[in-house]
Design a protein around this ligand. Structure first.
Ligand code: ATP
Ligand code: MG
Length: 240
């Protein structure tokens, strides 16, 4: 579904990604962790070309991420992305946030887009919030709106960049529960997070990044039970 071969990226002189290899099969869930500045966000942003890599190759469903605009549009349509800070449109209601994409890019009729939006608002358990504005919601509710908004585009892949790190502790669980349900539905997911409980429950593979390199990648039992690399161990000691 997604494969990165030998991907490198620089910001000026600074190498942010160093020869990264990653394969994610359909339905697979990968959790990416690592210290601040290790390149986690950059890595997932390269997958839908919010950032441009300079070396190596990135394929999504057989299409290569290059300057080819047709490929970029096709790939982006298939990838939902959820950020730390929700990125909802503040001047639109929850329902309008959800129907905008389907109406503009999938040319759905308003009534159909609203049916779809309500379907996903029920999935994330906040259908009663449809007529409110984002700032009238709690952080956890806003993040669930953001997830529902991505799902309205009916993507085959979901990328999450620290979706719970801006949330108060009591709201983290409701967002993680939504993500666990999404994983159980078979969604292909790459999740940057330091929620190691989530990684243990959901991940097929946990990846540890440091200094732009993929230091270690293993199934959770192995990753947590018997990490091979010293740097992984040090990192886990710090956060667990
Ligand atoms: P965090 O856990 O803090 O979110 P991260 O692992 O997601 O960190 P990135 O955001 O991918 O890290 O950044 C990796 C490195 O690249 C950092 O050193 C950062 O300062 C640098 N960097 C990121 N974006 C840019 C940019 N637009 N221009 C220059 N340097 C950048
Ligand atoms: Mg980041």
């Amino acid at each position: 579904m997604i494969s990165l071969h030998n991907v490198s990226k620089w910001y000026g002189q600074f190498q942010v990604l160093c020869a990264v290899d990653l394969d994610v099969r359909k339905g697979e869930r990968v959790v990416v962790c690592g210290p601040s500045g290790s390149g986690k966000s950059t890595l997932i942003r390269c997958i839908n070309r919010l950032e441009v890599h300079q070396e190596g190759r990135i394929f999504v469903k057989g299409l290569e991420m290059t300057d080819n605009v047709k490929n970029i549009d096709a790939i982006r349509r298939n990838i939902g992305m959820v950020f730390q800070n929700f990125n909802l449109f503040p001047h639109l209601t929850v329902l309008e946030n959800l129907t905008l994409g389907p109406m503009l890019t999938r040319h759905m009729k308003k009534a159909d887009a609203e049916d779809l939006a309500m379907h996903f608002l029920r999935k994330v358990r906040i259908p009663e919030q449809a007529r409110k504005y984002p700032l009238q919601l709690s952080g956890g509710q806003q993040q669930r709106v953001a997830i529902a908004r991505s799902l309205c585009m009916e993507p085959e892949i979901m990328l999450f960049d620290e979706p719970t790190s801006a949330l108060d502790p009591e709201m983290i669980k409701e967002v993680l529960d939504t993500m666990i349900e999404l994983a159980e539905s078979g969604m292909t997911m790459i999740v940057v997070t330091h929620e190691m409980g989530f990684a243990r429950t959901v991940a097929d593979n946990v990846v540890f990044m440091a200094d732009g390199r993929m230091v270690e990648s293993a199934p959770p039992e192995e990753f947590f039970g018997n990490p091979r690399e010293e740097r992984t161990r040090t990192f886990l000691d710090q956060i667990l």
